[in-house]
Design a binder for this molecule. Structure first.
Ligand code: IVH
Length: 678
């Protein structure tokens, strides 16, 4: 590709430009323009040329991202302009108080710029005539550390600005570790016996302070720019415009910045970001609200190292650190022994968390957690809190490993490990009291029969009173029995009996989920109910018939059959039926096996139904439907404007074809309802 008349200097120049373009496209725009192989080839050629012509090596060359010897220590750097911190607000009232202070001081209303607050490490980057010459961490705001060599390894930091800026430019922003990188990093650290990080921010800080730049480079750090010290050098008057300009200069800016003219808008932007925060590839702990116009910012100034012109609206915490006091083992409704972390209570986002799920032995090994360790706990939305990291650096030596018990903690039966499955099981399905209790709890839960007022504690109380051993017993409870119990009054007893009675009207799919058949979830339950119409029919279904239901494979079909074949389940179902719990009847959707193990293709447009409807109809008859005609194709439904290549292949292979009319007749013949003409 080398143009014959170019000099090495020109070629080096061209290669650097192409590599910078590729880096920008990949790391900033997230929209790669060349393949990895092409990129590697450019780098290889550049390295080669620079080796041959050392005089051509410049600090902004992409070969210089990872360079230099590991440093022993980072030199202190005094920021020419201090790097400030931010005040916090948590409520609309506090925000209003701050905004009032601002408008009072300025004597007028202002426009605000609202942007995500990135949870990383603040750094300052020095550009001299558009070339990165130095970079430092924030440190205490006045003095930071010179981490230039490490910052240079971050591909989202341009070594040369995309537009010329004469003189000195101090660009500030946040170095962060993308979420996906964080999880991978902790796993690798654990595997290597190295300390793990509590959160992406600590991991970013740790990665930036590596003595060896090649280690920093391997961590996959990224960077969002959000300010420059003298925006007037760029001819920019507002924060919002500055963010656009930073993008043009080759920086990544955090997505979602907005101009707002009133507090309601600001709060809405913050709320929206809070809702999205878990889906974002970076960690954000709030939004930063800034007075948009720099002239106003200058007028307001700072106090106590915090600008008067900016404030952070902090999101409630989702993480906390605490001590894992113990690991207890619970038995699930399926008999799996589930380890749970007993935690020293810790407030996280307004809720006190004192226990967390650890899932299974594998998860405990993955986390490398010992009893007594300090751990990071995460609580998100409604889900059960989780231990997400172990703070191995804070060990005292007093910690001890957890051992999975060899016997079921509820019934004492020796546990078993099952080939191909994670976890340890109590095999005493019918005799284990905890499994029985958990099955009833599941049956009554919101996912199952959704019986109001019948939560886990209530069910345990009923069990302890000897009234409830299985789901059928619920339907035998009387008001007279309940009022004898503690915490039951006439009204609550009556209400509960009514709620249980009302659950008899729950439709079949719900009952199927409540029974806890194999892996049958909501969607499969609906398919089964529609295929067989009633519980009685379903109980009679053969493995073959079950497999006719679209989406049910041999494994699930066998698990369902095994469930109904179990004499204990059969007894429970008979009792439930006798008590009036049947799930009722459902309108059956035809299924058949007329086209079993046949491979069908639909080509062209059908007038009477959509393509998906036609495919579903074929599947309901047992056929598989594929997109391409091959020698294995059984038949092809040919609609209007069918593809020429397909028709040629059909002819070549001598495959049977049906026109639309013939296809409709076939469906009618097998009782598949056809949608009325569209
Ligand atoms: S503005 C002068 N904008 O938050 C005000 N800071 O808690 C500070 N931060 O040290 C700079 N995202 O590290 C600003 N969009 C953003 C930010 C941001 C994160 C950090 C910054 C600062 C800390 C204060």
């Amino acid at each position: 590709m080398i143009e014959s008349h170019t000099t090495p200097a020109e070629r080096v120049q061209l290669l650097r430009q192409r590599i910078a373009e590729a880096d920008y496209a990949y790391y900033v725009l997230d929209d790669p323009v060349i393949s990895d192989a092409e990129y590697d080839a450019l780098m290889r050629e550049l390295r080669q040329l620079e080796a041959e012509h050392p005089e051509l090596v410049t600090p902004d060359s992409p070969t210089q991202r990872v360079s230099g010897q590991p440093s022993r220590q980072f030199a202190p750097v005094t920021h020419l302009v201090p790097m400030l911190s931010l005040g916090n607000v948590f409520t609309p009232e506090e925000l209003a108080g701050w905004a009032r202070m601002v408008t009072n001081l300025l004597g007028q209303e202002v426009v605000w710029c609202v942007e995500p607050k990135i949870d990383g490490v603040a750094v300052s980057l020095q550009y001299q005539d558009g070339i990165l010459v130095a970079g430092a961490t924030r440190g205490d705001g006045v003095t930071g550390e010179d981490v230039t060599a490490n910052l240079r390894t971050i591909r989202a930091i341009p070594l040369r600005l995309r537009q010329g800026v004469p003189g000195r430019l101090d660009v500030r922003g946040e170095v962060y570790l993308p979420r996906a990188r964080f999880a991978a990093l902790n796993q690798a650290q654990l595997a290597a016996g190295q300390r793990t990080f509590a959160n992406p921010r600590n991991a970013a800080a740790g990665s930036l302070r590596q003595k060896d730049p090649s280690l920093t480079a391997s961590r996959g750090l990224a960077f969002f720019a959000y300010s420059v010290v003298q925006p007037e050098l760029l001819g920019i008057a507002t924060q919002y415009d500055l963010l656009q300009k930073l993008g043009e200069l080759g920086f990544q800016v955090a997505p979602g910045a907005q101009r707002c003219t009133n507090l309601a808008q600001i709060w809405e932007v913050a709320e929206r970001l809070r809702e999205q925060r878990e889906a974002l590839p970076f960690e954000t702990d709030g939004v930063v609200v800034k007075v948009d116009r720099f002239a106003f910012q200058d007028q307001l100034g700072a106090r106590d190292r915090e600008p008067r012109w900016a404030i952070a609206i902090k999101f409630p915490a989702t993480q906390g650190q605490t001590r894992l006091k113990d690991i207890v083992v619970q038995v699930t409704r399926r008999g799996q022994l589930a380890p749970r972390a007993v935690l020293e209570p810790v407030p996280i986002g307004g809720v006190t968390v004192s226990s967390a799920s650890l899932f299974n032995e594998e998860e405990i090994a993955r986390l490398g957690v010992l009893i007594g360790d300090r751990v990071v706990v995460e609580r998100r939305g409604d889900v059960i809190p989780q231990v997400i990291a172990t703070l191995t650096s804070q060990r005292t030596g007093e910690e001890r490993p957890f051992r999975m018990p060899e016997r079921c903690p509820s019934c004492g039966t020796p546990v078993e490990r099952r080939p191909g499955q994670v976890g340890v099981y109590c095999p005493n399905t019918w005799g284990c009291p905890e499994q029985a209790l958990q099955r009833v709890i599941w049956f009554a839960s919101r996912a199952g029969m959704d019986i109001e007022g019948l939560g886990p504690e209530r069910i345990e109380q009923l069990r302890d009173a000897g009234l409830v051993h299985d789901a059928a017993d619920l339907y035998r409870l009387t008001v007279d029995q309940l009022v004898q119990l503690e915490r039951f009054a006439d009204v609550s007893a009556k209400k509960l009996v009514e709620a249980i009675e009302a659950s008899k009207r729950q439709p079949l799919p719900r009952l199927l989920v409540a029974l806890g058949i194999g892996d049958v979830g909501e969607a499969t339950a609906r398919d089964l109910a529609e295929a067989f119409g009633s519980l009685a029919e379903l109980r009679r279904a053969t493995v073959e018939a079950l497999q006719q239901v679209p989406g049910i494979g041999p494994k699930v079909a066998q698990a369902i059959r095994a469930f109904f074949d179990d004499p204990q389940n059969a007894r429970l179902l008979d009792e439930l039926a006798a008590l009036g719990v049947t799930g009722g009847e459902m309108k059956r959707r035809v299924v058949g096996d007329a086209l079993r193990s046949q491979s069908w293709v639909i080509t062209g447009t059908l007038d009477s139904m959509k393509r998906e409807e036609a495919e579903a109809a074929l599947r309901a008859l047992g056929a598989t439907v594929t997109g391409a005609v091959s020698r294995k194709t059984t038949a092809v439904v040919v609609g209007r404007e069918a593809g020429a290549t397909k028709l040629a292949k059909i002819a070549e292979y001598g495959i049977r074809t049906l026109n639309e009319q013939q296809f409709l007749e076939l469906l009618a013949q097998h009782g598949v309802p056809v949608p009325a003409n569209r």
